[in-house]
Design a protein. Structure first.
Length: 312
């Protein structure tokens, strides 16, 4: 019962940092190894098998904006904390790939062993590297539609020649890590030392919804729409998973007590959510997909996913 932990996305110029955490719990999956040694097709197949057979999985996401604000070292710890927080399967030991204990100064510190090449040697760490890699790659592929011309699906944010050329031609996007040296010249002076940019209500809401979208993508969803609005209703995130359409309400509370954000999902709100889902499929002329409303609660600063409920 080992909790294996590995990270993906430490070095790219753009996109999130993702930490995977997996407890195999006795499940044996053939072919687990360092995700970098696998073909894309093989990673995808193993990712699906891991999610089908393993119950102890967590993904911790940290956005580019958060990396620019708190730095890479703190971001690695935050992503690890977010990943471990999602794992409910019991475990008696934690193995982190590498030499740094990202859970130091937490109650879990005493259970951690750091190990170089753990993603090659420990199956649960290999699984963690695979789920983190595939989830991050899928997320970056979705950004091709948001930011045309950057070809994020190909280089997934790394500093390739093609990526450098796109930045020179088009400039930077909100996905880019402006604290990284190659992009420092694009960083506005006023944000180099001031962290108060993140406190406005809208920006906090945007950060919560971005974290929610990453959480859903990491759990097998494909995002179809964000902030879909009409004069009658509004939906935070529309996604699809296994042919079922999900309509997710994202709730953020700075403090998680008193039910967190889900306390705001009253019977009246639930009725509005169901109406919005039905209105969406009618507007999009969708007739053959099962519909599911859901709610995702986020709290704290830094933000953590409290709970995700598919059947509200």
């Amino acid at each position: 019962m080992i909790l294996g932990i590995d990270e993906v996305g430490r070095g790219p110029w753009a996109g999130p940092l993702v930490v995977g955490a997996v407890v195999l719990g006795g499940v044996e999956i053939e072919g687990l190894t360092d995700s970098k040694k696998l073909t894309k097709k093989r990673r995808e197949l193993l990712y699906d098998e891991i999610y089908e057979r393993v119950s102890g999985i967590g993904l911790g996401w940290v956005t580019s904006e958060e990396i620019d604000t708190i730095g890479l070292s703190a971001s690695l710890k935050l992503a690890t904390k977010r990943a471990v927080q999602q794992v409910t399967e019991p475990y008696h030991e934690i193995i982190i790939d590498g030499t740094i204990n990202f859970l130091s100064d937490t109650p879990l510190e005493q259970y951690v062993t750091t190990l170089k090449k753990a993603d090659l040697l420990i199956p649960s760490v290999s699984a963690a590297s695979i789920v983190a890699k595939v989830a991050r790659d899928r997320y970056m592929a979705t950004q091709d539609e948001v930011y045309e011309g950057y070809n994020f699906a190909s280089h997934v944010g790394y500093g390739t020649d093609a990526h450098r050329e796109a930045i020179t031609r088009l400039g930077v996007t909100p996905l880019h890590r402006l604290s990284f040296a190659p992009l420092a010249r694009y960083r506005p002076r006023e944000v180099a030392t001031v962290k108060t940019q993140l406190v406005s209500t809208k920006r906090v809401g945007d950060r919560a919804e971005e974290l929610a979208a990453m959480y859903l993508i990491g759990n097998g969803h494909t995002i179809l729409d964000r902030n879909w609005k009409t004069k009658y209703c509004e939906i935070d995130i529309v996604s699809i998973k296994h042919q079922t359409m999900y309509f997710t309400e994202v709730k953020y509370r700075k403090r998680g007590e008193q039910g967190g954000g889900l306390a705001a999902i009253t019977p009246k709100k639930l009725k509005q959510m169901r109406y919005a889902a039905e209105f969406y499929v009618h507007a999009q002329k969708i007739t053959d997909a099962p519909l599911q409303v859901s709610a995702l609660s986020i709290s704290g600063d830094p933000m953590l996913v409290d709970s995700y409920i598919e059947h509200v």
